[in-house]
Design a protein around this ligand. Structure first.
Ligand SMILES: Nc1nc2c(c(=O)[nH]1)N[C@H]1C(S)=C(S)[C@@H](COP(=O)(O)OP(=O)(O)OC[C@H]3O[C@@H](n4cnc5c(=O)[nH]c(N)nc54)[C@H](O)[C@@H]3O)O[C@H]1N2
Ligand SMILES: Nc1nc2c(c(=O)[nH]1)N[C@H]1C(S)=C(S)[C@@H](COP(=O)(O)OP(=O)(O)OC[C@H]3O[C@@H](n4cnc5c(=O)[nH]c(N)nc54)[C@H](O)[C@@H]3O)O[C@H]1N2
Ligand code: SF4
Ligand SMILES: [Mo]
Length: 818
């Protein structure tokens, strides 16, 4: 795409370019990169350059080279500098591999010189006299704090609703989760809060934790030495790309078998077949939402054949029958293996019927997972899962049923084992206790829809594109926000006090005052009253950990865009202005709770939070550990190195549930069909399973991709993969605009004919700005308020012939043939 960027050659980083450690801030894998920056008027040469190689020689595909997407010109200490962000060969996570997302980090930076990402917010914006007006931090924070303080002081903290990230990478990291956590859970005790990706403040995997098993327990290297990779509801080639390419592929080359459970054939299945050969890959294309029945049948077969690891079970798992009783905040009982088997027992035939797969394939899967080798040695199996079951039917029991298999086969805490989430964003959670939130936590979206809450703070989420029941959520939030906009417009010309009075009047009449902290003016941001501009990772220093708990410091190499700031310093600013506002309201005691935010830098926030709990870990020490960092938990500091933990539970002691006996529990995961409200009826009444998925090229809700020609040319509309016969029946051609409807709403996208798509199933890319799949997801949730985005059904109809942009799209198979 170089032609588009007016680039026919790239400047060469000189030997004395500054080098910065970078952890890609996009996905969980956290690949290592090196960022080179150097002055505008300088260049290296072919044989004297920062890479230390002869650039006159053709570099191999996995060599060191610079693509146009890896280059930009950015601001650093007020000067324009060249920037190259290239994958790091020395990083054990990616060994020099990039991905179609990470390789675009540089071009996704805002640049006044090259014109990239000019959509970034540079200044706070306040809704003023009918327009969005840029203003100072003081002015914007004063308004935020005066309205928020009035509300929490007069009506209580339950009237403040908060959406906040809990992840690492940009819009997260230990600095930022700490700062927002301190503000809402320490200075206040906000309970009506939700996380970026689900409508409550809770865990995605309650059952695994209740069973004693933290969900990120292995090392990526375990894939390289295992006998079997058992993947469920994930598409790692596209969503954890370099974990697949740099760790799973070597595992397959070393002879591992690969089992995939996914209703859809993905490019991950195809790639595994290409590497390992079809005979070593088993794809169980189950009926959506039936995973639990499959897991129970696998467990039953393993138990009945005596393939369990009895020494491990005796030493490390609970032996006394029932340990935890099923109850209102406990979706299944927990206890010994025998206890769990009373409800889990499922025959192969039963499961084959429920899941719609061959009985022989279920048996084969059980053998690949657990049948000992001919010499009697136990099989090693890595079990890895993500959103296909986390956002699927009956979250608690389904994940419990899966963890049961790993426990029964002794495959946790051992080399070549693990039972892990593959992950989404990186992780970076460090917050004061959230115990006051309770379990089950409040279903925040419904609270807002029902008119609850008077002030709403949003940190780095765009629920308009990414929540469930989104049609209704958007309509209600817009209406409530417009009430406040109208009141603000009507108060034009008045004093700050009169403005705050007008806002408080409007929220008491059913409106809501919305503050959005983001890097762009997002869709939900259109219905905010104050926008606070944040900066991303590398525009600040940021610490996070990846899917094998590898913690790194990703270094600042450029200035924040305009007057934007790190989220942690924005949170500090909110707190400081809250203190003033509460004092002005005469509530000194409350104001005093907002002390302790006198941070100048993100490092100060890190020291106040993460370092206070982990005194060994400092920026300097992390910097010295480079892109390989240290695997958490950090066990000490010896000979100038932070000492990490490659694998959790290596001692067979399970403690994630907090039980003193440190024994893992099994889950009594009884299958009960589609469990959430409305799902069974929806399935019955509609023609299509509306699967919703990610794709390699996009990062999340396309907040940066929407401003990238490279991405938008490829997919000008959200793709909806569809079977050709279904398309023919409905009179739909490739690229036609189509609509998906059900009783929750409607959404639209572009028909993408896909050979491997099953009849009666479409797969739409989630979170698109041009069509939110969430519009058609019903409000029904798993117990403990876990959304079931994936389990959606609807009808499909044609809207229009392929528009010109769609006619330029290639509909070639996504299955790359070697
Ligand atoms: N390229 C790219 N990578 C990403 C992201 C991105 O936006 N783009 N986002 C990151 C984030 S935040 C996350 S959470 C992860 C998500 O990572 P994944 O979970 O791997 O991604 P998804 O495509 O959402 O869902 C995975 C699969 O679940 C399948 N599925 C649907 N229903 C069922 C079911 O009932 N049972 C089973 N077994 N499978 C089912 C779908 O067919 C799909 O192939 O990706 C991360 N990585
Ligand atoms: N139908 C359906 N819905 C889903 C899913 C699904 O599979 N299907 N998956 C769910 C999952 S797993 C996820 S993670 C969510 C994602 O849902 P969201 O969290 O809403 O989506 P993101 O794209 O991650 O949104 C990030 C927002 O933060 C902003 N941002 C980026 N960097 C920064 C920063 O450094 N600071 C600040 N303050 N803002 C920043 C971006 O501009 C963007 O507006 O969607 C969920 N929704
Ligand atoms: S695999 Fe993930 S972390 Fe690695 S470069 Fe790609 S997006 Fe970044
Ligand atoms: Mo996610």
């Amino acid at each position: 795409m170089a032609y588009k960027r007016q680039i026919d050659r790239l400047p060469i980083p000189p030997a004395d370019a500054q080098v910065h450690n970078v952890t890609c801030h996009y996905c969980i894998v956290g690949c290592g990169y090196k960022a080179y920056t150097w002055p505008r008027n300088k260049q290296g040469t072919m044989d004297n350059n920062a890479f230390g190689i002869d650039l006159g020689e053709q570099q191999p595909a996995d060599g060191t080279w610079l693509a146009p997407s890896m280059y930009n010109m950015v601001r650093q200490n007020g000067q324009d500098v060249h920037l190259a962000v290239v994958p790091d060969h020395e990083c054990v996570v990616n060994s020099g591999l990039a991905s179609i997302r990470g390789a675009r980090m540089a071009e996704n930076r805002p640049s006044r010189v090259t014109g990239t990402q000019q959509q970034r917010l540079s200044d706070p914006l306040v809704w003023r006299n009918g327009v969005w007006q840029p203003t100072t931090w003081n002015d914007a924070l004063d308004l935020v704090a005066r309205v928020t303080a009035r509300i929490v002081n007069e009506y209580g903290e339950d009237e403040l609703v908060v959406s906040m990230f809990d992840h690492g990478g940009s819009a997260g990291g230990y600095e930022n989760t700490w700062a927002t956590g301190k503000l809402y859970f320490d200075s206040m005790k906000v309970k009506n809060c939700r996380i970026h990706n689900r409508p409550a403040y809770n865990s995605e995997v309650h059952s695994s934790r209740d069973m004693g098993v933290g969900e990120l327990n292995y090392s990526y290297s375990d894939y390289e030495v295992t006998d079997t990779i058992f993947m469920i509801g994930a598409n790692s080639l596209e969503t954890q790309t370099n974990l697949f390419l740099n760790h799973m592929v070597p595992g397959l080359r070393n002879g591992a078998k690969f089992i995939m459970v996914d209703p859809r054939r993905t490019v991950t299945v195809h790639a595994a077949e290409e590497v390992a050969g079809k005979d070593n890959v088993l794809h169980l294309a189950i009926k959506p939402g039936t995973d639990m029945a499959l897991f129970n049948a696998l467990l039953t077969h393993i138990v009945d054949n005596g393939w369990t690891d009895n020494d491990f079970i005796a030493a490390s798992t609970f032996q006394g029958g029932e340990a935890v009783t099923e109850g209102s905040s406990q979706p299944a009982g927990l206890g010994s293996l025998d206890y769990a088997m009373q409800t889990c027992r499922t025959s192969i035939e039963e499961a084959a019927g429920v899941c719609g797969v061959d009985a022989a394939d279920i048996v084969k899967a059980a053998e690949w997972i657990a049948q000992p080798h001919d010499d009697g040695a136990r099989r090693k199996c890595v079990t890895a899962y993500e959103k296909g079951i986390i956002w699927g039917n009956d979250n608690y029991r389904t994940i419990g049923a899966l963890v049961n298999i790993s426990l029964a086969t002794g495959n946790i805490g051992r080399e070549g084992g693990g039972c892990c989430r593959l992950g989404g964003h990186q992780e970076g959670y460090y917050r004061p206790s959230d115990a006051h939130v309770g379990r089950p936590a409040e279903y925040v979206d419904q609270l807002l829809i029902k008119g609850g809450g008077k002030v709403y703070h949003i940190w780095a989420c765009d629920h308009y594109k990414t929540t469930l029941n989104a049609s209704q959520f958007k309509r209600v939030l817009k209406k409530r926000s417009d009430m406040v906009k109208e009141a603000m417009d009507a108060a034009a010309g008045g004093t700050r006090e009169e403005l705050v009075d007008a806002i408080v009047g409007a929220v008491n009449a059913g409106g809501i005052f919305v503050v959005d902290v983001d890097i762009i003016h997002s869709q939900i941001g259109q219905n905010a009253h104050v926008l606070l501009p944040a900066c991303e990772s590398n525009e600040m220093n940021l610490t996070s950990m990846n899917g094998e708990r590898r913690m790194r410091l990703s270094e600042r190499y450029m200035d924040p865009f305009g007057n934007s700031k790190p989220d942690c310093l924005i949170a500090a600013g909110v707190a400081q202005h809250m203190e003033t506002a509460l004092r002005d309201l005469g509530n000194d005691a409350y104001a005093d709770q907002f002390k302790g935010y006198d941070w100048e830098t993100e490092e100060d926030a890190f020291m106040d939070g993460y370092n206070a709990g982990n005194p060994e870990v400092t920026y300097d020490r992390l910097r010295a550990m480079g892109n390989n960092g240290v695997q958490e938990p950090v066990a000490g500091y010896e000979s100038g190195q932070l000492v990490g933990t490659p694998r959790l539970y290596a001692d067979g002691q399970f403690d994630r549930h907090g039980r003193d006996d440190r024994k893992a529990l099994f889950c009594a995961a009884q299958w009960r069909g589609y469990a959430a409200a409305g799902k069974a009826r929806e399935a019955e009444n509609h023609d299509f399973f509306v699967n919703n998925v990610r794709a390699n090229i996009f990062w999340q809700n396309q907040f940066l991709d929407q401003d990238s020609d490279f991405v938008q040319d490829r997919f000008p509309y959200p793709f909806i993969e569809m079977n050709a016969d279904d398309m023919a029946d409905l009179g739909i051609a490739a690229g036609d605009l189509i609509e998906i409807t059900n009783e929750n709403g409607a959404t639209q996208g572009m028909a993408y004919p896909t050979d491997t798509a099953k009849r009666g199933q479409v797969a739409m890319v989630f979170g698109s700005p041009a069509g939110s799949q969430g519009n058609v997801v019903n409000p029904g949730v798993s117990e403990l308020i876990l959304p079931e985005y994936k389990l959606t059904f609807g009808n499909v109809r044609k809207l229009a012939d392929a528009p010109p942009q769609a006619r330029a799209v290639s509909f070639k198979s996504k299955e790359y043939k070697a």
